[in-house]
Ligand binder design. Structure first.
Ligand SMILES: [Zn+2]
Length: 237
């Protein structure tokens, strides 16, 4: 079966930061990739001179630009309020809808259990955790369950079984994608999010450092890798 990837992030830029190297690599191999952004990114600027409306528009444009650059088929924006994401039936229904429409074999999302990472001195954003929890819940069991959101059946959106979850965590992984050839594309994709990075060169160095560390964990080691926790989901008996 042909591989189809749905990569999900809470904010515009999340997907590119976590897996643009993998996305670029798979697209080059002929895989269809779709993006799903859960929130409108409305909190993503400390510059109060930019109105919220303008910021939302700008961030969507930046995400679309990076997706176009990488060759992503389509970007879905759910427009939930940035910073207020909750794992509700309303959010899960929208995610299930996209899963049943796109019919991905693989879903990529952040690790909902990643609260903080002391090795990288970082605390994770609540939308990343909560959004990822809603994504995993949607993959299993709700997207495959005919009795969940029966109104979707009337729209022709039949249950869909996702075969593989690739869960992104900055330092934990059991599955590595060698992105040594696509690290440039990853940095270029991240650079599209101009509103998010005052010093893109500095951030690019951090990305190289982190994907370099992940590359060392790969077997055999590679120069740059994106790492995931891979879960192969069982098909219904
Ligand atoms: Zn984010």
């Amino acid at each position: 079966m042909k591989k189809i990837i749905l990569a999900v992030g809470a904010h515009p830029d999340d997907i590119d930061i976590s897996c643009a190297g993998t996305v670029a690599k798979y697209i080059a191999e002929g895989t269809e990739v779709y993006y799903l952004v859960l929130t409108n990114g409305s909190k993503g600027s400390e510059n109060l001179k930019i109105s919220t409306k303008v910021l939302i528009k700008l961030r969507k444009k930046e995400q679309q630009k990076s997706a176009d650059f990488l060759g992503v088929k389509k970007v879905f924006f759910l427009n939930f309020v940035d910073g207020e994401l909750q794992n509700t039936p309303a959010l899960r229904k929208q995610i299930v809808k996209i899963i049943r429409r796109v019919k991905p074999t693989t879903v990529i999302c952040w690790d909902p259990t990643l609260f903080y990472d002391e090795t990288l001195n970082m605390v994770n954003h609540p939308d990343h955790r909560i959004g990822a929890e809603a994504v995993i819940d949607s993959v299993y069991p709700f997207a495959r369950n005919a009795r969940t959101f029966p109104e979707l059946l009337k729209e022709g959106l039949k249950p869909h079984v996702v075969e593989e979850l690739l869960i992104f965590n900055f330092s934990k992984a059991n599955y590595f994608v060698d992105i040594s050839k696509t690290i440039g594309k990853k940095i270029e994709a991240i650079s599209c999010h101009k509103s998010q990075f005052a010093d893109i060169a500095k951030f690019a160095e951090r990305i190289k450092m982190m994907t370099g560390l992940m590359g060392q964990k790969a077997k055999p080691p590679v120069q740059y890798a994106e790492g995931f926790i891979q879960i192969i989901l069982r098909k219904p008996a």
